[in-house]
Design a protein around this ligand. Structure first.
Ligand SMILES: *[C@@H]1O[C@H](CO)[C@@H](O)[C@H](O)[C@H]1NC(C)=O
Ligand SMILES: *[C@@H]1O[C@H](CO)[C@@H](O)[C@H](O)[C@H]1NC(C)=O
Ligand SMILES: *[C@@H]1O[C@H](CO)[C@@H](O)[C@H](O)[C@H]1NC(C)=O
Ligand SMILES: *[C@@H]1O[C@H](CO)[C@@H](O)[C@H](O)[C@H]1NC(C)=O
Ligand SMILES: *[C@@H]1O[C@H](CO)[C@@H](O)[C@H](O)[C@H]1NC(C)=O
Ligand SMILES: *[C@@H]1O[C@H](CO)[C@@H](O)[C@H](O)[C@H]1NC(C)=O
Ligand SMILES: *[C@@H]1O[C@H](CO)[C@@H](O)[C@H](O)[C@H]1NC(C)=O
Ligand SMILES: *[C@@H]1O[C@H](CO)[C@@H](O)[C@H](O)[C@H]1NC(C)=O
Ligand SMILES: *[C@@H]1O[C@H](CO)[C@@H](O)[C@H](O)[C@H]1NC(C)=O
Ligand SMILES: [Zn+2]
Ligand SMILES: [Zn+2]
Length: 640
């Protein structure tokens, strides 16, 4: 048996330097301490996990969050487990599975790129997530599938294809996603990013899986890895619509034989997407085969059962959730409902320690990170070391954020990240080296441009990249009368009642277009809003639950491992702007906006005035500064 000892030495060259903090020594200050065990009184999970014959630990949309959430504001400590802690947990759970003589699979549903300094803070010339993916490759993943964030930049996809996928030894699936490369004869070929032959279905037998030899002993599993109909992919990558994929001959061949269960992984939300296409295609051939679906992409916790012999789980985002699914198998050809369970774990050391303890308390006496577990001399136990890059301390701490700025706080308000971004950070950052700086302007963005909160304390490059990782360009149209420019924002947000249904359908069209290009924040925010509206005030007032996600999905029982009260949530407008200049209505101003909303802005501009028919020809580049650099440039000026 292969020893699972994972040495997750995070020995990255120091990649997170922040430019331009005067006097700051950017030398490589690795801080090699192990984060202390949480000191605060912690809420351990109170219920044991329900084990079945097949058990799955699921991650999705990790977006580079492998160092765990490191801020001390609640509920961040609940997500403080790092990849080393997670590796320990997986290892312990695999050991328990072995003792219980059941199968345990580790599955990931994609989006490894874009989101933190660890993944995105690479020096010029390097490739996003190339380093962080090396750590992930050390975990014993049984199946991984591709996400849309692997496809925005060809170099990233190529890096996956060349460097990451081979490490997964055939366990990386991209059933409907190809990359175009040159073959050994110099011919241009389109090939699956993941498994190249039989990319779409593979059968575990114990021996395939050299890292986890006890996995699926003898059981036959047919696995697929499907991406939603993503339209924002880079040239030389291909995403085949799911509806077409299920008609392909290889697909029908792959699902022809009935395995013990189907493992349908995919970067698609379990509700309102294309899963039914895949599910129904399989069901049409196998009316009773167990089907396990592991989805992702919309960053929420969710679960649904399409029928009594299947379950579909989605496990959140950013390593804020580790999903658990289990199924008790029955005999072949049974048509009875199967017994499933699902759970959303908060990834922290307490959860990681206590969940396995619940399973076999007397045998396992484990202590994460330190090892020394008595277990009958069978094998050496997990030993790992995480040499942590202390992102906070090894970065320029000359910039200090106060107060905490959150996306979910009321807009506008002093603690709203969007307020700061729109009314202060953008005007400052975009005026740097800009010949238009003296022309009054109105800057309009979509609120989804910001992705994560900023906590008080030192402002690091990691903070900058987690808060805003979209690299949108700023465009402008000159010489718009202020009176007209000021009407654009309210019109974008649908304030003009007379447009009524037409506008709503335009907004829906816009949202669908955004969705096709991979933007999911509106769905995630709606989820937060709903959980707050469902008695958030009362739950917080009761003061018997800690803050966190409160999930209501359509699977039986309570899914959250620890019962929480939701954070208050205030939905921001879809579009926000800088403070309008104090000028007369006829003063010409620059109407500035992000590239991403160009079409919509032009549409609206042509409804609020009819003097001129504005088109793409009138649009120019406003500044070379991209949206993901704005907070950093502002921090240098304002927080020094
Ligand atoms: C989760 O956060 C709460 C505060 O909201 C804290 O009291 C609790 O200890 C945290 N739980 C863990 C396991 O870190
Ligand atoms: C993907 O590559 C395979 C193998 O070259 C090819 O048969 C298939 O048609 C390609 N699919 C798409 C959607 O390009
Ligand atoms: C796609 O890749 C091939 C092979 O490298 C190359 O010849 C071709 O120019 C690329 N196409 C585009 C649109 O970049
Ligand atoms: C079987 O499961 C389905 C889907 O979850 C449910 O609608 C149905 O009521 C269940 N049947 C029984 C007998 O429990
Ligand atoms: C918000 O900030 C402004 C300016 O710094 C200050 O005058 C005001 O009192 C603050 N409001 C609140 C509610 O803190
Ligand atoms: C502005 O110009 C100066 C001098 O050319 C340059 O050093 C600096 O990097 C520029 N700043 C930005 C944000 O482009
Ligand atoms: C917290 O208190 C409320 C009101 O007393 C109660 O309904 C709820 O079940 C309690 N929740 C927990 C997690 O104990
Ligand atoms: C706007 O400008 C006018 C005229 O210059 C001035 O009287 C007024 O106080 C300004 N308003 C604000 C809010 O700055
Ligand atoms: C405005 O210009 C666009 C692009 O040239 C054209 O398609 C559209 O019909 C024009 N609209 C009006 C009202 O002239
Ligand atoms: Zn994602
Ligand atoms: Zn995604």
């Amino acid at each position: 048996m292969v020893n699972l000892a994972l040495s997750l030495f995070l020995t990255l060259p120091f990649i997170l330097s922040v430019q331009g903090c005067p006097g700051e020594d950017h030398d490589h200050t690795h801080i090699e301490h192990k984060r202390a065990f949480p000191q605060a009184a912690v809420t351990p999970p109170t219920r044991a996990l329900e084990w079945g014959d097949v058990n799955i630990i699921h991650t999705t949309d990790s977006h580079g969050w492998l160092l765990g959430h490191q801020k001390s504001s609640f509920p961040e400590p609940n997500y403080s487990g790092d990849l080393g802690d997670f590796a320990s947990f997986v290892s312990h759970m695999k050991e328990i599975a072995l003792r219980k003589d059941v199968d345990l699979l580790l599955v990931d549903s994609g989006d490894l790129h874009d989101g933190t300094g660890l993944s995105d803070g690479f020096p010029a010339g390097d490739v996003d997530a190339h380093e962080s993916n090396k750590f992930l490759a050390q975990l014993p993943y049984d199946v991984m599938t591709i996400g849309n964030h692997e496809l925005y930049v060809y170099a990233n996809t190529l890096d996956m294809y060349k460097n990451f996928v081979p490490k997964l030894k055939g366990r990386y699936l991209s059933s409907n996603v190809n990359i175009t490369v040159l073959d050994e004869h110099g011919n241009v070929v389109s090939v699956p990013v993941g498994r190249s032959e039989m990319a779409f279905s593979f059968i575990f037998r114990g021996e395939i899986n050299d890292v986890t030899p006890w996995v699926a002993r003898g059981k036959k599993v047919t696995a697929l890895g499907v991406l939603f109909n993503f339209k924002g992919n880079d040239k030389n990558t291909t995403v085949q619509p799911v509806a077409d994929m299920v008609k392909e001959k290889w697909f029908l061949d792959a699902i022809k034989e009935e395995p013990d269960f189907f493992l349908l992984t995919g970067h698609m939300p379990v509700v309102k997407n294309d899963w039914p296409l895949v599910f129904n295609a399989v069901r049409a051939v196998h009316p009773h085969a167990p089907i396990l679906i592991l989805g992702g992409h919309t960053h929420i916790r969710d679960c649904v059962q399409f029928d009594g012999r299947s379950m579909a789980l989605e496990s959140g985002r950013y390593m804020e959730t580790v999903g658990w699914m289990s199924m008790k198998l029955d005999h072949k050809n049974s048509a009875e409902n199967l017994t499933f369970s699902r759970r959303y774990l908060d990834p922290n050391r307490v959860t990681y320690e206590v969940s396995p303890l619940h399973a076999i308390p007397r045998i396992i006496n484990l202590k994460l990170g330190t090892t020394e577990v008595p277990h009958n001399g069978e094998k050496p136990h997990l030993r790992y070391a995480t040499r942590e890059i202390d992102v906070q301390r090894s970065q320029s701490s000359c910039k200090v954020i106060r107060p905490r700025l959150r996306l979910r706080d009321p807009y506008p308000s002093n603690s709203s990240l969007l307020t700061l971004f729109a009314s202060k950070a953008m005007p400052v950052a975009l005026s740097i080296n800009n010949t238009r700086a003296n022309v009054p302007n109105v800057i309009i963005i979509n609120s989804g441009i910001q992705r994560f909160d900023l906590y008080s304390g030192p402002f690091t490059r990691n903070d900058q990249l987690t808060a805003s990782f979209y690299a949108d360009a700023f465009f402008f149209i000159p010489d718009i009368p202020a009176g007209i420019a000021n009407q654009v924002l309210p019109a974008l947000n649908g304030a003009r009642a007379n447009e009524g249904r037409a506008l709503m359908s335009e907004l829906e069209k816009f949202e669908n277009e955004l969705y096709g290009r991979g933007y999911v924040d509106m769905i995630y925010m709606r989820w937060l809003d709903e959980m707050d509206k469902r008695g958030g005030v009362e739950r917080r007032a009761a003061q018997n639950a800690t803050l966190g996600y409160v999930t209501q999905d359509s699977c039986p029982g309570i899914g959250d491992d620890v019962v929480h009260a939701p954070l208050p949530f205030f939905t921001p407008p879809r579009f926000i702007s800088s403070t309008p200049p104090n000028v007369s209505d006829d003063t010409p101003v620059d109407l500035v906006f992000v590239d991403f909303i160009e079409k919509r802005v032009l549409q609206i501009l042509n409804t609020v005035q009819t003097t001129k028919n504005y088109t793409a020809v009138d649009v120019q580049t406003y500044s070379p500064v991209l949206s993901n650099a704005v907070m950093g440039l502002y921090a240098q000026q304002a927080w020094n």
